[in-house]
Design a protein around this ligand. Sequence first.
Ligand SMILES: Nc1nc2c(ncn2[C@@H]2O[C@H](COP(=O)(O)OP(=O)(O)OP(=O)(O)O)[C@@H](O)[C@H]2O)c(=O)[nH]1
Ligand SMILES: [Mg+2]
Length: 296
Amino acid sequence: MRSGFIGVIGKANAGKSTLINVLVGEKISIVSPKPQTTRDAVLGILTREDYQLVFVDTPGIYRSRTYLTDLMMKTTETAAKGVDLIMFVHDGHAGVDESDVALMKKYLALGIPMIVAYTKTDIMPRENIPADVKKLYDAGIECDVFPVSARKGTNVKKLIAALAARMPEGDKVIAEDIVSDKSEKFMLGEIMREKILLKFDKEVPHGVAVVINSFTRGENGVYDVNLDIVCEKPSHKAILIGKRGAAIKEASSFARKDMEKFLGGKVFLTTYVKVKEDWRDRPGLVKDYGYEPKKD
Ligand SMILES: Nc1nc2c(ncn2[C@@H]2O[C@H](COP(=O)(O)OP(=O)(O)OP(=O)(O)O)[C@@H](O)[C@H]2O)c(=O)[nH]1
Ligand SMILES: [Mg+2]
């Protein structure tokens, strides 16, 4: 059997979480069209008879402006170091420029085996693919490049086989039969955050943390989820709530439907919007909301 950890690294919004969800075959990490969707390292585990691939989803690389984003970038750096292989995810449809090459070289320099997953091939001209791959090789990126589309599933099986072949020989690294290391509570908060990322623009969703106050199941089988949506300014609170509560009602309704799918049962969801001024720059609050510095 082959098994090991795969650090999934790349620029923000490259498509890392989407690709992991497709590779694992279940939604373990939230996805949105906005950068900085993933805030914490999330494990996605694919176990088959002859291999186990443990993907480490990481916050995408992006300019850091707050204590929270500093912490996210540290999470990514730490995750990249303790793995058997780095899968660098590149958004093919965005083209290849010097910053991409520089970033790939930075991770190649760690001395850990690396491959490039060149994704989103479904929304770009096919002829750009070999041209970009050549560009990477000419620039000195000495590792295999796999063009894939997470959305269409193109070459996903080939990618899995290539990843499995690159894992060290050994027993499963995660003993239990699980697909993620995160709790149901974590996922419920992430589902709410995903709907907020999808519905609200600019800084509003980036300044949101979701805190699950309680999560219980009644005798009738209905799940009761009570959560706070914490934002960083009173003006953001007004936007989140919307006219007569319409905005938060809509986001909550989408979240509830996804929570029901995830838990496999009816959900009664209660949401409150709260303000904690500039919480993203307050280490104590950042920790309270579940984001902890990672140790090397
Ligand atoms: N067309 C197309 N879109 C994709 C594909 N993969 C991801 N996307 C879209 O790209 C956007 C970003 O996807 P994510 O998976 O959240 O990207 P990420 O790299 O995890 O982003 P961060 O967590 O912010 O670093 C979303 O709108 C996805 O739907 C793909 O293969 N094809
Ligand atoms: Mg992500």
